[in-house]
Design a protein around this ligand. Structure first.
Ligand SMILES: [Zn+2]
Length: 99
């Protein structure tokens, strides 16, 4: 018997780099990637904790924005929600921000 598991832990050289995964993240979440790019990104996320975390943060951000928009909030409120989410995200992504 030969095991036929896909080589999940073969390292980043087989697929795409973290930079490429990050660059595709929003398209990945929006399901706008070509099938081969989608697959490569999925494989990368299976191997990479950093990109998985980033994916979860952006997915959560997108869900929040979608919910905020779905309740047809007033335009100024929607802008405030998006702005505060972006500020929150930037604080998360860039902890060295000036205080
Ligand atoms: Zn990565």
């Amino acid at each position: 018997m030969t095991p036929q598991d896909p080589p999940k832990r073969s390292g980043p050289s087989k697929g795409i780099t973290c930079d490429e995964a990050m660059a595709r993240m929003f398209e990945f979440i929006d399901n706008e990637l070509m099938p081969n790019e989608l697959l490569a990104t999925q494989y990368h996320l299976m191997d990479c904790d950093d990109c998985t975390n980033e994916h979860q943060v952006r997915q959560a951000l997108k869900d929040l924005v979608r919910k905020a928009c779905a309740v047809s909030a007033p335009h100024h409120l929607r802008e405030r929600v998006v702005a505060s989410l972006e500020a929150e995200y930037l604080r998360y992504a860039a902890p060295a921000a000036s205080q």
